[in-house]
Design a protein around this ligand. Structure first.
Ligand SMILES: [Zn+2]
Length: 184
């Protein structure tokens, strides 16, 4: 019932889509007879901080640990966008070979690959093992884990503090506890 960012209980439901199976999970032909698990899909608005979020949280292990199918390399427009984005960030802030970029939910490493090609240090974090294997094969050093206090500390210990932290379409997917730190 509490907002995952500010802990407020001042909420109202504004969209109820009933019960749905998780997105991004596709079946092979031989799996079609298997049953789907359905979860409530209701969107709540928390009045105090304005953050919209789902009422029911599916375990992230269910969503990302089991053959996650989306690869960011499959979209040409995306690849071009990230390359231009990286170019503008490097130019605007004058980053060089000592600067570290950490990408949260780095997928197969398309965004980081563009930063690396511009001479920066890169570190990915992504929970999907099958996706991380592809990233590693692309030469993008990637921690196979959720981004949280533990993985953040690991990165700081091994590589120091990041000059840039990126996350593309990440807030919509993460568990905000441990991702956003609450001010107390
Ligand atoms: Zn809130």
């Amino acid at each position: 019932m509490n907002c995952r960012m500010c802990d407020s209980i001042n909420l109202h439901k504004f969209l109820d889509l009933g019960f749905m199976p998780p997105a991004d999970q596709f079946r092979r032909k031989d799996q079609l007879h298997e049953s789907d698990t359905y979860y409530p899909l209701q969107v709540m608005m928390y009045e105090d901080c304005g953050l919209a979020q789902l009422s029911y949280r599916v375990f992230p292990e269910v969503l990302y640990r089991n053959d996650y199918p989306y690869e960011s390399s499959t979209t040409k427009v995306g690849q071009q966008h990230w390359s231009e984005f990286d170019g503008s960030v490097v130019k605007r802030f004058g980053f060089g070979p000592k600067d570290l970029v950490v990408d949260i939910g780095s997928n197969v490493g398309v965004l980081l690959g563009a930063f690396r090609n511009k001479g920066m240090q890169v570190q990915g974090v992504d929970p999907a093992a099958n996706i991380v294997m592809i990233a590693q094969a692309n030469g993008i050093n990637t921690i196979c884990d959720f981004f949280n206090e533990d993985s953040a500390r690991k990165i700081v210990e091994e590589k120091g503090y990041a000059s840039v932290i990126t996350g593309t379409n990440v807030f919509a997917h993460v568990n905000l506890d441990g991702f956003m730190l609450r001010e107390v």
